[in-house]
Design a protein around this ligand. Structure first.
Ligand code: ARG
Length: 600
């Protein structure tokens, strides 16, 4: 009977995504229920805060005791009496006012790491609760070129898309590009005049910024051109074939620019993820009608307007949201409402996540509020605006070029690679190493792009941050280059050991504290992922990976691997632990959209 229970506990340990916290929580919940503690009390399992207090602690006894009017340590004891942790923990003890410290069984921990290391997803199961998750990110306006303002939405959204997919969810990426609106009348009129002069669309639009400026100058200076532009807006809206063709051409070239950026930046957005504002055009009239019928919008001075008591200001005045202008024109909010309806009804989303900067928070609140009232989003559908702060220059003002222009994303990425190239060459020269030209360029590309992305991802999303080349390209501290280097360092240990990292397998024995501490840290990967999946703060994963590489350094300083006096068993056990770290670093960085290389 007992043996069967232990076997079952091992199976469960595997089933629960190699997640120690989840496993302990489940065991504690069972124990609490067997102990007669009401079900609404949680065990509150966290990694232990101080050395010597075990590996994890359960803090839930105190709150339960208070409600049950019993001494907390007695309640903690009651939980322990019912707790089943054979084979998982080898010691539990009550500390202080009623904390329960849990010391994991090192043999169990070793088996978990060995098991995880040859699983494709580090032992994480396809969760049974796979969700359908729509992620709205990047979403540039096609009238202009992508600029520094698109870094955060693109990089943050892509990290979440990768992480949630890795965890077994069905992720539907939506690139809600701005491909509609009055400025397109001016742009396609300009395009037409270039084509008439025999230019190719791709050539005319090779620099979207200057194209936009030309069009604007033309529009302001030439009344005939301005009239044509206005006429084209109307024709575009009424579906005039010739004007639509021009518009398609413009869109395609602009989307091609964006696709090149995604490719260069290792962003997983594909052309089929594009569902621009124009895709909702045919639904807008119905949305307005529907909102009228439901009494959510009313006519006000010829416009269709929603007055939202739910979002009233300090004086109790309702928020005013225009859904249709008095001239019949629709707005950004109208499109977002249609998009929300589509995501809920057609894409069958369980969760919709928007990565849009904090300045659009009010807009998102209004869309969510109207969407809920109209029944486009059932109450169980989670609508989440994951807002983020701005990227600032050294002067603490929005990041601009020296001459005060917006920084084009393409230029920013080129500069990142150029700077990384110089640094990589210098480092190689210092170490007397010669790599092939192609490899150096590949490393410079991955380091440069990785530095920009990691600098963004490692900051708390909701804060502004200062863009600084020198700090993001440092090879020390919590930076992209350091994390990539931490991986290659382990890779080179395997090279020196003449072992193949990918196929290496050996039993793990924990002899020294640093080995054990590294083992516990290693197993916390899934906890970090789970937190990011829930709250969409990728810096939590960055911090975890950084802590993991620090734990590895501590381990490596104290526990030699390749030294001749290390016995073969210890050597292979330490290599196995190192493999776990390398695999976790690589997986974690890839989930952040950052590439690693075998050497640098
Ligand atoms: N195109 C918009 C902009 O550049 C962002 C769109 C974000 N997504 C949305 N569903 N509103 O500001």
């Amino acid at each position: 009977m007992q043996a069967a229970k232990i076997a079952a506990s091992l199976i469960i340990a595997r089933k629960i995504n190699m997640n120690i916290r989840a496993l302990l929580s489940e065991r504690f919940r069972n124990a609490m229920s067997d102990a007669g503690i009401p079900g609404d009390f949680q065990p509150h399992i966290t990694p232990a805060k101080k050395a010597g207090f075990g590996d994890y602690q359960a803090n839930g006894a105190m709150a339960a005791a208070k409600a049950m009017k019993k001494p907390p340590r007695d309640v903690a004891q009651l939980i322990l009496d019912n707790l089943q942790l054979e084979g998982i923990a080898n010691k539990t003890e009550i500390a202080g006012p009623g904390f329960i410290n849990i010391h994991l069984d090192p043999r169990w921990l070793a088996r978990q790491i060995e098991y995880a290391s040859d699983q494709p997803r580090l032992g994480m199961d396809e969760g049974d609760e796979a969700q359908q998750i729509v992620i709205d990110y990047s979403s540039p306006n096609l009238a202009k070129e992508m600029h520094v303002g698109h870094v955060r939405t693109t990089v943050l959204g892509d990290a979440l898309a990768r992480i949630l997919e890795f965890m077994g969810h069905k992720v539907i990426r939506q690139n809600h590009v701005g491909d509609w609106g009055t400025q397109f009348g001016m742009l396609i009129a300009e395009l037409e005049s270039h084509l008439k002069q025999g230019e190719e669309a791709a050539f005319a639009l090779s620099d979207l910024e200057s194209f936009y400026r030309q069009a604007k100058t033309h529009f302001d200076a030439d009344p005939n051109f301005a009239n044509t532009a206005r006429e084209y807006v109307v024709k575009l809206q009424s579906g005039d074939a010739a004007v639509l063709t021009l518009w398609e051409q413009f869109k395609n070239v602009s989307l091609q620019h964006a696709a090149e950026i995604y490719e260069k930046m290792n962003i997983s957005l594909k052309p089929e993820d594009v569902r621009g504002e124009s895709a909702y055009n045919d639904l807008l009239a119905d949305v307005v009608l529907d909102l009228q019928e439901k009494g959510i919008v009313v006519e006000d001075k010829g416009a269709q307007v929603a007055f939202l008591k739910e979002l009233a200001d300090k004086n109790g005045d309702p928020a005013v949201v225009i859904i249709q202008k008095s001239d019949g024109g629709y707005l950004y909010s109208t499109t977002d409402l249609a998009a929300l309806k589509y995501r809920s009804e057609t894409l069958k989303a369980d969760r919709v996540m928007y990565f849009i900067d904090a300045r659009q928070s009010l807009h998102m609140q209004q869309v969510f509020c109207i969407g809920r009232k109209a029944g486009y989003a059932d109450e169980w559908l989670s609508l989440e605006h994951h807002a983020f702060g701005m990227i600032l220059g050294d002067d603490n003002k929005p990041f601009k070029t020296r001459s005060g222009d917006t920084v084009k994303l393409a230029d920013l990425l080129d500069e990142a690679v150029e700077r990384a190239d110089k640094i990589v060459r210098t480092k190689l020269a210092e170490r007397g190493l010669e790599f092939a030209e192609q490899e150096i360029q590949d490393i410079a590309h991955k380091v440069g792009i990785g530095a920009v992305k990691y600098a963004d991802l490692s900051k708390t999303r909701t804060n502004d941050y200062v863009f600084n080349w020198d700090s993001m390209l440092r090879f020390e501290g919590n930076t992209g280059p350091y994390m990539q280097y931490a991986y290659t360092r382990i890779y080179s240990i395997f090279r020196k050991a003449d072992e193949d990292l990918e196929n290496f397998a050996a039993p793990i024995h924990f002899a020294q504290d640093q080995e054990y501490a590294l083992g516990v840290k290693l197993m916390q990967f899934s906890e970090a992922l789970e937190q990011v999946a829930l709250e969409a703060y990728p810096h939590v994963l960055c911090n975890y990976l950084y802590d993991l590489s620090s734990a590895f350094s501590t381990f490596y300083d104290a526990c030699p691997i390749l030294r001749s006096d290390v016995d073969p068993q210890t050597r292979s056990s330490r290599l196995m632990l190192s493999k776990g770290v390398a695999t976790t670093l690589k997986t974690g960085l890839n989930l952040l959209g950052i590439q690693v290389m075998p050497r640098m």
